[in-house]
Ligand binder design. Structure first.
Ligand code: PLP
Length: 398
């Protein structure tokens, strides 16, 4: 039921009444109105600390445990396997640092790819500096990490859906790695509510982020298989079965739970709607800017479309200028580069699949949500192409 989804920021803020066109759903998603309502109700009516033994505390505790049970049932897990965190970044840090602490320098082995999210890559860089051994498997030119030889006693950490390209992790990855005696952590942030999770649910650990599926920012989930060993990242009051200390954010947990229910219930209709939008944008871009090349594989998640606009450095096309030009026309998309220490660096994902720095510099990522129309995409394509023509004209190239 697409009408259910707030996707165009037509909500309360005057800012968003400017008819902005948001095409950056992989970076974050707006809060679903039902999630907002659940959270407001919980903020007002569940004031107790869930660890308190009085009535106010017990009511909050009950709501949290009920939420845990709902999430567990939706993900075909046991409630004891669900840990509430503040973000996927926290979930990922917990898993990787716990494995390091349990094995300690020299014996802690990791396997990952260079196209992972920085939450994984920067944590592993830090652990490597502390003595961990990190094996990095190259993805192919579509960003797909194929079945690999993997040693036992290794923690494999890979994304189910690449956040820049939409490439999918082959479905046999978890079972292949586990059969070889490895443990598997799946960063499923860009998968929930979008693609089938089944091939990944048997992983030893899974990380999710609430704000990627119309839930509140500041919420994450860590799913840890019963029997798996996990040291907490945060020590203190021993909440979450001593796996994540800190007073539980009752209202955020209630909102996250509603968002997860909605995302999984609406997944099929969202997928088919977005699939059509993705295919339409591929066609119209190719028709209006034939030099475009698509970096997102056709077999990937349709929620992400990554494309390069020029391979000729003479054209000096610059995605940052394009992003600003689109922004001035009320359109939000992402680019193929990132600001690091004040300078623009090509995206590590595009570099990993063999794009040159110039190609990365002329790359954009559009990410979709249900509720967008073909007219919205026409507005994007027309605006983009007129900016590109102006850029080329200013270099006397047309
Ligand atoms: N992993 C992936 C694939 C992501 O796309 C993101 C967010 O961009 C994260 C991890 C980090 O999520 P969070 O914002 O909840 O820390």
């Amino acid at each position: 039921m697409p009408g259910f989804w707030v996707v165009k920021f037509t909500g309360n803020s005057d800012f968003y009444r400017m008819k902005r066109l948001f095409l950056d759903f992989a970076s974050t998603t707006p809060l679903h109105p039902e999630v907002e309502a659940v959270m407001l109700d919980t903020f007002r009516n569940y004031p107790g600390n869930p660890s308190s033994i009085h009535e106010d505390g017990r009511r909050a505790r009950f709501l949290i445990e009920e939420s845990r049970e709902k999430i567990a049932s939706l993900l075909h897990k046991e409630p004891s396997e669900i840990i509430f965190t503040s973000s996927a970044t926290e979930s990922i840090n917990t898993v990787l640092k716990s494995w390091f602490m349990r094995n300690l320098p020299g014996t802690s082995r990791f396997l990952t790819s260079p196209a992972e999210h920085h939450a994984t890559l920067h944590t592993l860089k830090y652990l490597k500096e502390k003595g961990a051994s990190v094996q990095v498997i190259q993805p192919d030119s579509d960003g797909i990490v194929s079945v690999f030889p993997v040693d036992s006693d290794t923690l494999v950490s890979l994304m189910a859906v690449n956040n820049e390209l939409g490439s999918l992790l082959p479905s046999e990855t978890v079972s292949t790695a586990q059969k070889a005696g490895a443990l598997v952590h799946i960063d499923a942030v860009q998968a929930l509510g979008k693609i089938r999770l089944d091939p990944f649910l048997s992983a030893d650990f899974l990380s999710f982020s609430g704000h990627k599926f119309y839930g509140p920012r500041g919420t994450g989930l860590l799913v840890a298989k019963n029997g798996s060993e996990l040291d907490p990242l945060l020590h203190g009051g021993a909440q979450e079965r001593n796996r994540r200390s800190g007073t539980e954010a009752t209202a955020l947990i209630a909102g996250l739970t509603r968002a997860l229910e909605l995302a999984l219930n609406n997944q099929e209709s969202a997928y088919s709607e977005v699939y059509g939008l993705n295919r339409y944008l591929r066609q119209t871009l190719t028709a209006q800017w034939p030099a475009v090349t698509f970096n997102s594989p056709e077999t990937g998640s349709p929620f992400i479309l990554n494309f390069t606009l020029s391979t000729d450095p003479e054209e000096e096309i610059d995605s940052e200028a394009l992003i600003m030009g689109l922004d001035a026309k009320g359109i939000s998309v992402s680019s193929g580069s990132a600001c690091s220490s004040g300078s623009w660096e090509p995206s590590h994902v595009l570099t990993a699949i063999g794009k040159t720095p110039y190609e990365a510099q002329t790359t954009l990522r559009v990410s979709f949500g249900p509720g967008l129309s073909r007219e919205d995409l026409d507005r994007f394509t027309d605006t983009l192409v007129s900016l590109l023509i102006r850029m080329k004209a200013s270099k006397n190239l047309i």
